[in-house]
Design a protein around this ligand. Sequence first.
Ligand code: MN
Length: 516
Amino acid sequence: MTKTETQSADELISYMSNPTEEDKALVRKAFDFAKEAHRDHKRMSGEPYFNHLYATAKALAEIDMGARTISAGLLHDSIEDVGVTPEQIRDEFGPEVLFLVEGVTKLGELKYRGAGRHIESLRRLFVATSQDIRVLLIKLMDRRHNMHTLDHVRPEKRLRIATETLSIYAPIADRLGMGRLKSELEDLAFKYVYPKEYKRIEEIMSESKLANEPKLEKVRNNLKRALAEHGVKNFRTESRVKGLYSLYRKLERKGGDLDKIYDLQAIRVILGNVEDCYRALGVAHTLWHPLPGKIKDYIAFEKPNGYRSIHSTVMTPDAGPVELQFRTEEMHREAQFGIASHLGYKEQEGPTLDRGQQKREQLWYRHLIPSLFNTQVQNRTEQKKTPKWISELADAHLAETLTERDTFMQEIQDDFFSHRIFVFTPKGDVIDLPIDSTPIDFAYAVHSEIGDRTARAIVNGKIAPLNAQLKNGDIVQIETSKNAHPNKKWCEYVRTTMARKHIHQALLRQQKDGKH
Ligand code: MN
């Protein structure tokens, strides 16, 4: 991401694990194509636009994504920004790369405009719109680079993007189990969304005796020595400091008292197998006293996002409370890259997964893409576009056991998607409505004034009847006229109480006006 770095297709390829000749050729071609297509295209900062594409693709290579995803990373802005046609991408790179690029373009149209009460649905919509987890990963890496270069964007837009990052993208990264990306996005956005608080937390961190590197090093060395003495072999350690935003949130919860925060500094021990994790925990507890209630076994009881590790906070004479985390290499990889750590092989045919891995993956999908499993809501075309491997995972899961299936079906029934749809204003604002809503509902949801003056509806660029049933993802435009009035028929058209109420009021007003 620095300006001095060399940008070459070979460098990108060097981050890939075991690329075939075909993979390499695809990435090289996408590299050249993107460079040429964006030749005269500059970013706000004045730097070549290609830097952004390269950074996005590199981030995808670093989390082990395949050649098609990396190529899509290079091409993700080419349709939108420099007028490359979908046909060109299909002809040059095949339908799958086109599918990914179009998915990212479509996601780019979803914008957060402060609809606070429906953030959770917006997150879900985001995930559902992406259709393929790879689209989501490209979008996340795209956003990551945009956050790193946000200083060049005008303040108003900057705040919107940062707020969106904090409320949509970071939680999605978290749910994908991508811990490192989540805290990176949070800390980048924090500065812009809460500038005063950010400064305060930064000061607290630099003044704090707790985040004292040499002392933490001493603790780390003591632990390493003790583990070796107790015959624990093949381990490595690293220390991590809590993210600024995550510290801010925790301080808020703890009434601003830094002394109540015990995971400000942590030491990670990465071991060869699960047994060694428990042994290492035992060794650490003989060395230091653990704080009661702070031992968390996320190996036996993994977090909903798939996170696994054992945590324990111990009181050390040298550095005060320190959180210790014990995990295997596999768990470590998953904790950093989350779902991406399982996807590398996905672009090749016929891989086999161990059962535990398979189950964890299904958990993620279940959590993230409930609508994909919901055949009642899903329309046919969507189903067609759902990549085979996702639907297969879903089927495998549904077939697993009956009890699990029942709870799962229950979850689906409770799901927001089964009774709400999301439609867009031409500007990309999201309006959520009950299922079967019509353009009239939409008009009143935007503004009662617009509802009362609705003359004509344009849905996805075509004139539509006012009682048309809107579908997920429709772009709706309302044309108003001074002479337009609600009429009795409208009452039959609407699903929302708000629209019905406004129509009744307008009809009453018209009646009165008629009498006088
Ligand atoms: Mn982009």
